[in-house]
Design a protein around this ligand. Sequence first.
Ligand SMILES: *Cc1c(COP(=O)(O)O)cnc(C)c1O
Length: 401
Amino acid sequence: MKIEDLLSVAHTYGSPVYVYDADKISSQYQRLTAAFSSVPHLRINYAMKALSNISVLKLMKKLGAGLDTVSIQEVQLGLRAGFAPQQIIFTPNGVSLDEIEEAMHLGVQLNIDNLSVLEQFGSKHPEVPVCIRINPHVMAGGNSNISVGHIDSKFGISIHQIPHILRIVENTKMHINGIHIHTGSDILDIDVFLYAAEILFEMAKNFKDLQFIDFGSGFKVPYKEGDIQTNIEELGERLSARFLAFCQEYGRDLTLAFEPGKFLVSQAGYFLVKVNVVKQTTSTVFAGVDSGFNHLIRPMFYGATHFIENISNPEGRKRFYSVVGYVCETDTFASNRQIAEITEGDILCFHNAGAYCYTMSSNYNSRLRPAEVLWYNGEAHLIRRAETFDDLVRGQIEIEI
Ligand SMILES: *Cc1c(COP(=O)(O)O)cnc(C)c1O
């Protein structure tokens, strides 16, 4: 998207506002499928927790993606967006057997990541095929909040518990149609990924009726210039070759599945805010914007560095700023950041605002969530209106006091 397009969205819909570029989502999708074009059966299940607006889901469906879901509500949203149940995989963690059975009744592919649930489910519904989520204990990524494959992670069934898994499968006569890993959301090193894949291939040999192997996600995208990103093309080349060789050994053409969230939508998103105040203190210059961690929590929660551009004055002289929110708590988006000179009323644009931004927003400070706009076919489409005061009180029950 061009700066003029972003400014026109801010002008039309006000600020703050989230904007998603459909072309960027498509090109990321195409880049991933192209990298694995030598694999006859490829499945990209979009991890919708990254950005779950129904219009974005419809775009994913149009591109040919399936969905990776982590709650029964996400399953319901996916069905609402028009996905067939078979296009949806349900990969929850720590949910009740009831919720898994609810998803079963909706007909989606189940992915189980816990031995006791596997045993209970297999005993009750041996005829329903399930996928097993394995924890290969491969450490990927740098942030302990988003690294999920290490030894003490709550995700997946440990690779060391294979004998126990096999015993449950044998005792219950349940059907295992897929195996899955998701090593974390920040893969820096392709070798680590391929190492985890080898563990999964070894594991796969224990099951005779597999239809797919799901390698999860964790593809890293650049947040600023010079950032390392996963080399998808190299990964595609190396993993495809290994996967096809494994299928030969296994004796059947399996589907290779991925479930990227961030890779598909992070860079497609822009978050536009207005500068309310510029405040000089003894040590810095604050730019206070009409938003806070109620709308974008990643800098505070993960220490994420979102590139911030002053699109009202893109060619201006660069100065150092601390960009802060309006929440009554310390909510620093960026400190000591060089940004083109800011005047009150300017529109700042946060980049990489597609993944885990709107979906993690809240009403903290009784603020309203912003609107979402999809830039599709060269024009802006409002895909969620900004909240109003009515949204804040809806659902509250006032009692006589
Ligand atoms: C969150 C999640 C993903 C997506 O991770 P990204 O880093 O956004 O690609 C994939 N699979 C599972 C099981 C997840 O929980």
